[in-house]
Write a protein that binds this ligand. Sequence first.
Ligand SMILES: *[C@@H]1O[C@H](CO)[C@@H](O)[C@H](O)[C@H]1NC(C)=O
Ligand SMILES: *[C@@H]1O[C@H](CO)[C@@H](O)[C@H](O)[C@H]1NC(C)=O
Length: 270
Amino acid sequence: MYTPLRTRWLRLTQMISGIFVTALLAILVWTYCRNAHIRTIRWYDTEAGSCPDSFLALNSDELAQARRLLHVVLRTLQKHGVQAALCHGSLWGVLRRGDLLPCDPQPDLCLLDSELLKAAPHLASTNEIFKSLHAAEFSVSEFDNWMGLHRLKFTLATREIQINLRLFRDCTNFYYWSHRHQYANDYPSYLPQPEPPRPRWACPAALSFYVFNWAEDAYQGFPKFLLEPPFRNLTLVNYSVSVPNDDFEMQKYVYPSDWWKEKSSVCCMQ
Ligand SMILES: *[C@@H]1O[C@H](CO)[C@@H](O)[C@H](O)[C@H]1NC(C)=O
Ligand SMILES: *[C@@H]1O[C@H](CO)[C@@H](O)[C@H](O)[C@H]1NC(C)=O
Protein backbone atom coordinates (compact mmCIF):
# COMPACT_ATOMS: atom_id res chain seq x y z
CA MET A 1 0.00 0.00 0.00
CA TYR A 2 1.49 3.43 -1.03
CA THR A 3 0.71 6.33 1.14
CA PRO A 4 1.01 9.85 -0.37
CA LEU A 5 3.98 10.40 1.97
CA ARG A 6 5.72 7.39 0.59
CA THR A 7 5.08 8.54 -3.02
CA ARG A 8 6.63 11.92 -2.24
CA TRP A 9 9.61 10.19 -0.65
CA LEU A 10 10.03 8.04 -3.76
CA ARG A 11 9.93 11.09 -6.05
CA LEU A 12 12.50 12.83 -3.91
CA THR A 13 14.93 9.90 -4.03
CA GLN A 14 14.40 9.60 -7.79
CA MET A 15 15.18 13.27 -8.22
CA ILE A 16 18.31 13.04 -6.06
CA SER A 17 19.61 9.99 -7.92
CA GLY A 18 18.82 11.74 -11.23
CA ILE A 19 20.94 14.72 -10.21
CA PHE A 20 23.69 12.40 -8.99
CA VAL A 21 23.81 10.42 -12.25
CA THR A 22 23.79 13.63 -14.34
CA ALA A 23 26.65 15.09 -12.29
CA LEU A 24 28.62 11.86 -12.63
CA LEU A 25 28.11 11.85 -16.41
CA ALA A 26 29.15 15.50 -16.64
CA ILE A 27 32.35 14.76 -14.70
CA LEU A 28 33.13 11.79 -16.96
CA VAL A 29 32.58 13.81 -20.13
CA TRP A 30 34.68 16.72 -18.80
CA THR A 31 37.53 14.38 -17.81
CA TYR A 32 37.45 12.70 -21.20
CA CYS A 33 37.53 16.02 -23.07
CA ARG A 34 40.24 17.39 -20.80
CA ASN A 35 42.45 14.37 -21.41
CA ALA A 36 41.89 14.63 -25.15
CA HIS A 37 42.79 18.32 -24.93
CA ILE A 38 46.00 17.62 -23.00
CA ARG A 39 46.94 14.93 -25.49
CA THR A 40 46.79 17.45 -28.31
CA ILE A 41 49.26 19.74 -26.53
CA ARG A 42 51.76 16.95 -26.03
CA TRP A 43 54.55 17.09 -28.51
CA TYR A 44 53.38 14.55 -31.12
CA ASP A 45 51.28 12.36 -28.93
CA THR A 46 48.56 11.45 -31.38
CA GLU A 47 46.78 8.26 -30.41
CA ALA A 48 48.53 5.29 -31.96
CA GLY A 49 46.63 3.98 -34.95
CA SER A 50 44.73 7.17 -35.66
CA CYS A 51 46.31 9.02 -38.50
CA PRO A 52 43.93 11.23 -40.48
CA ASP A 53 44.81 12.00 -44.11
CA SER A 54 45.54 15.62 -43.28
CA PHE A 55 48.39 14.44 -41.02
CA LEU A 56 50.22 12.26 -43.51
CA ALA A 57 53.81 13.34 -44.14
CA LEU A 58 54.54 15.87 -46.89
CA ASN A 59 56.58 14.73 -49.87
CA SER A 60 59.43 16.93 -51.11
CA ASP A 61 57.29 18.91 -53.61
CA GLU A 62 54.63 19.51 -51.00
CA LEU A 63 57.31 20.55 -48.52
CA ALA A 64 58.68 23.12 -51.00
CA GLN A 65 55.13 24.43 -51.47
CA ALA A 66 54.55 24.59 -47.73
CA ARG A 67 57.70 26.73 -47.29
CA ARG A 68 56.62 29.03 -50.06
CA LEU A 69 53.11 29.38 -48.61
CA LEU A 70 54.50 30.19 -45.16
CA HIS A 71 56.70 32.82 -46.76
CA VAL A 72 53.72 34.31 -48.62
CA VAL A 73 51.68 34.52 -45.41
CA LEU A 74 54.54 36.06 -43.39
CA ARG A 75 55.26 38.64 -46.13
CA THR A 76 51.57 39.51 -46.50
CA LEU A 77 51.28 40.10 -42.76
CA GLN A 78 54.50 42.16 -42.76
CA LYS A 79 53.24 44.32 -45.61
CA HIS A 80 50.39 45.31 -43.30
CA GLY A 81 52.79 45.95 -40.41
CA VAL A 82 51.94 42.70 -38.59
CA GLN A 83 54.72 40.44 -37.27
CA ALA A 84 54.07 36.74 -36.73
CA ALA A 85 56.54 33.98 -35.84
CA LEU A 86 56.87 30.29 -36.57
CA CYS A 87 55.79 28.19 -33.58
CA HIS A 88 54.85 24.70 -32.38
CA GLY A 89 56.07 21.96 -34.77
CA SER A 90 57.27 24.45 -37.38
CA LEU A 91 59.51 26.08 -34.77
CA TRP A 92 61.06 22.71 -33.88
CA GLY A 93 61.69 22.17 -37.59
CA VAL A 94 63.45 25.47 -38.25
CA LEU A 95 65.49 25.30 -35.01
CA ARG A 96 66.60 21.71 -35.39
CA ARG A 97 66.93 21.23 -39.15
CA GLY A 98 66.45 24.60 -40.82
CA ASP A 99 63.41 23.16 -42.58
CA LEU A 100 59.81 22.20 -41.83
CA LEU A 101 59.23 18.74 -40.39
CA PRO A 102 57.70 16.57 -43.14
CA CYS A 103 55.71 14.83 -40.41
CA ASP A 104 54.11 18.06 -39.26
CA PRO A 105 52.05 18.92 -42.32
CA GLN A 106 50.18 21.85 -40.78
CA PRO A 107 52.61 24.75 -40.35
CA ASP A 108 51.89 27.02 -37.37
CA LEU A 109 52.27 30.76 -37.08
CA CYS A 110 51.74 32.52 -33.76
CA LEU A 111 51.09 36.18 -33.09
CA LEU A 112 49.61 38.50 -30.50
CA ASP A 113 46.05 39.55 -31.23
CA SER A 114 47.11 43.16 -30.54
CA GLU A 115 49.48 42.87 -33.54
CA LEU A 116 46.71 41.71 -35.83
CA LEU A 117 44.20 44.22 -34.42
CA LYS A 118 46.60 47.10 -35.20
CA ALA A 119 46.15 46.43 -38.90
CA ALA A 120 42.81 44.65 -38.96
CA PRO A 121 40.44 46.35 -36.51
CA HIS A 122 37.93 43.58 -36.94
CA LEU A 123 39.09 40.00 -37.02
CA ALA A 124 36.42 38.86 -39.45
CA SER A 125 37.75 37.16 -42.54
CA THR A 126 36.93 40.29 -44.61
CA ASN A 127 39.74 42.57 -43.38
CA GLU A 128 42.49 43.87 -45.71
CA ILE A 129 45.08 41.27 -44.68
CA PHE A 130 42.74 38.37 -45.27
CA LYS A 131 41.60 39.92 -48.57
CA SER A 132 45.26 39.93 -49.72
CA LEU A 133 45.60 36.29 -48.66
CA HIS A 134 42.41 35.51 -50.51
CA ALA A 135 43.90 37.13 -53.61
CA ALA A 136 46.88 34.77 -53.18
CA GLU A 137 44.37 31.89 -53.37
CA PHE A 138 44.14 31.09 -49.70
CA SER A 139 40.82 30.33 -48.13
CA VAL A 140 40.68 32.00 -44.71
CA SER A 141 38.36 30.60 -42.08
CA GLU A 142 36.42 32.71 -39.61
CA PHE A 143 38.12 32.95 -36.24
CA ASP A 144 37.65 29.68 -34.35
CA ASN A 145 36.95 30.84 -30.79
CA TRP A 146 37.28 27.41 -29.26
CA MET A 147 40.76 26.74 -30.73
CA GLY A 148 41.85 30.38 -31.00
CA LEU A 149 42.95 30.33 -34.64
CA HIS A 150 42.25 31.15 -38.25
CA ARG A 151 42.82 28.33 -40.71
CA LEU A 152 44.52 29.39 -43.93
CA LYS A 153 43.98 26.67 -46.50
CA PHE A 154 45.65 26.31 -49.85
CA THR A 155 44.80 23.56 -52.30
CA LEU A 156 47.66 21.87 -54.13
CA ALA A 157 47.16 19.29 -56.87
CA THR A 158 47.89 16.49 -54.40
CA ARG A 159 46.52 17.72 -51.10
CA GLU A 160 45.41 20.67 -49.04
CA ILE A 161 47.95 22.55 -46.94
CA GLN A 162 46.61 24.24 -43.84
CA ILE A 163 48.53 26.96 -42.05
CA ASN A 164 47.25 27.63 -38.55
CA LEU A 165 47.34 31.30 -37.63
CA ARG A 166 47.21 31.10 -33.83
CA LEU A 167 46.28 34.17 -31.84
CA PHE A 168 47.50 34.91 -28.31
CA ARG A 169 46.35 37.61 -25.94
CA ASP A 170 47.61 39.28 -22.83
CA CYS A 171 46.42 37.26 -19.82
CA THR A 172 48.63 38.77 -17.10
CA ASN A 173 45.79 39.22 -14.59
CA PHE A 174 44.37 35.78 -15.24
CA TYR A 175 47.80 34.20 -14.95
CA TYR A 176 48.68 35.72 -11.56
CA TRP A 177 45.18 35.07 -10.26
CA SER A 178 45.19 31.39 -11.29
CA HIS A 179 48.74 30.93 -9.89
CA ARG A 180 48.15 32.93 -6.71
CA HIS A 181 49.05 29.93 -4.53
CA GLN A 182 52.54 30.00 -6.05
CA TYR A 183 53.06 33.71 -5.54
CA ALA A 184 51.31 34.00 -2.16
CA ASN A 185 54.46 33.50 -0.08
CA ASP A 186 56.68 35.80 -2.11
CA TYR A 187 55.74 38.83 -0.10
CA PRO A 188 53.98 39.14 3.28
CA SER A 189 50.34 39.96 2.69
CA TYR A 190 50.13 42.39 5.66
CA LEU A 191 52.55 44.79 3.97
CA PRO A 192 51.28 47.09 1.24
CA GLN A 193 51.50 45.18 -2.01
CA PRO A 194 54.19 46.63 -4.27
CA GLU A 195 53.40 47.40 -7.85
CA PRO A 196 54.97 44.19 -9.07
CA PRO A 197 57.68 44.38 -11.71
CA ARG A 198 56.34 41.07 -12.93
CA PRO A 199 56.54 39.82 -16.48
CA ARG A 200 53.40 40.04 -18.54
CA TRP A 201 51.89 36.80 -19.82
CA ALA A 202 50.22 35.73 -23.03
CA CYS A 203 47.70 32.88 -23.41
CA PRO A 204 45.99 31.37 -26.45
CA ALA A 205 42.92 33.37 -27.49
CA ALA A 206 41.02 30.09 -27.19
CA LEU A 207 38.03 29.17 -25.04
CA SER A 208 39.33 25.61 -24.71
CA PHE A 209 42.40 27.00 -22.95
CA TYR A 210 40.31 28.53 -20.18
CA VAL A 211 38.04 25.49 -19.82
CA PHE A 212 40.88 22.94 -19.48
CA ASN A 213 43.63 25.16 -18.09
CA TRP A 214 43.24 23.70 -14.59
CA ALA A 215 45.15 20.50 -15.29
CA GLU A 216 48.69 20.39 -13.91
CA ASP A 217 50.30 19.49 -17.21
CA ALA A 218 48.18 21.66 -19.46
CA TYR A 219 50.11 24.61 -20.74
CA GLN A 220 49.77 27.78 -18.79
CA GLY A 221 50.57 30.54 -21.23
CA PHE A 222 54.06 32.02 -21.54
CA PRO A 223 55.90 35.27 -20.82
CA LYS A 224 54.55 37.73 -23.34
CA PHE A 225 57.92 39.10 -24.50
CA LEU A 226 58.56 35.78 -26.24
CA LEU A 227 55.96 36.77 -28.82
CA GLU A 228 56.66 40.51 -28.93
CA PRO A 229 58.31 41.79 -32.12
CA PRO A 230 60.91 42.55 -33.37
CA PHE A 231 61.74 38.91 -34.00
CA ARG A 232 64.97 37.30 -35.05
CA ASN A 233 64.97 35.71 -38.49
CA LEU A 234 66.21 32.24 -39.33
CA THR A 235 66.58 30.44 -42.61
CA LEU A 236 63.98 27.96 -43.75
CA VAL A 237 65.98 26.35 -46.58
CA ASN A 238 65.87 29.38 -48.90
CA TYR A 239 63.45 31.71 -47.11
CA SER A 240 63.92 33.99 -44.16
CA VAL A 241 61.31 33.40 -41.43
CA SER A 242 60.73 35.01 -38.03
CA VAL A 243 61.00 32.98 -34.82
CA PRO A 244 59.87 33.84 -31.27
CA ASN A 245 62.40 35.46 -28.95
CA ASP A 246 64.82 33.22 -27.04
CA ASP A 247 64.72 30.36 -29.54
CA PHE A 248 62.98 27.33 -28.04
CA GLU A 249 62.10 28.95 -24.71
CA MET A 250 58.45 29.13 -25.82
CA GLN A 251 58.35 25.35 -26.35
CA LYS A 252 58.87 24.79 -22.62
CA TYR A 253 55.50 26.41 -21.97
CA VAL A 254 53.68 25.04 -24.99
CA TYR A 255 54.79 21.42 -24.42
CA PRO A 256 55.36 21.37 -20.64
CA SER A 257 55.42 17.59 -20.34
CA ASP A 258 57.77 16.62 -23.17
CA TRP A 259 59.48 19.64 -24.78
CA TRP A 260 62.93 18.13 -24.17
CA LYS A 261 62.24 14.95 -26.15
CA GLU A 262 62.78 14.49 -29.85
CA LYS A 263 59.74 12.68 -31.16
CA SER A 264 58.09 11.87 -34.43
CA SER A 265 54.42 11.72 -35.33
CA VAL A 266 52.82 8.23 -35.38
CA CYS A 267 51.80 9.11 -38.94
CA CYS A 268 55.49 9.03 -39.89
CA MET A 269 56.41 5.76 -38.23
CA GLN A 270 54.50 3.54 -40.58
C1 LIG B 1 63.32 39.99 -39.62
O1 LIG B 1 62.64 40.21 -40.83
C2 LIG B 1 61.61 41.17 -40.78
C3 LIG B 1 60.95 41.22 -42.14
O2 LIG B 1 61.87 41.24 -43.17
C4 LIG B 1 62.18 42.52 -40.36
O3 LIG B 1 61.14 43.46 -40.25
C5 LIG B 1 62.89 42.37 -39.03
O4 LIG B 1 63.51 43.59 -38.66
C6 LIG B 1 63.94 41.28 -39.12
N1 LIG B 1 64.52 41.09 -37.79
C7 LIG B 1 65.80 41.36 -37.52
C8 LIG B 1 66.23 41.13 -36.12
O5 LIG B 1 66.55 41.77 -38.37
C1 LIG C 1 63.25 28.43 -53.01
O1 LIG C 1 63.33 27.21 -53.70
C2 LIG C 1 62.19 26.92 -54.52
C3 LIG C 1 62.42 25.57 -55.11
O2 LIG C 1 62.67 24.62 -54.16
C4 LIG C 1 62.00 27.99 -55.55
O3 LIG C 1 60.86 27.71 -56.33
C5 LIG C 1 61.87 29.33 -54.89
O4 LIG C 1 61.79 30.36 -55.85
C6 LIG C 1 63.07 29.59 -53.97
N1 LIG C 1 62.82 30.83 -53.25
C7 LIG C 1 63.77 31.74 -53.08
C8 LIG C 1 63.37 32.96 -52.27
O5 LIG C 1 64.89 31.64 -53.52
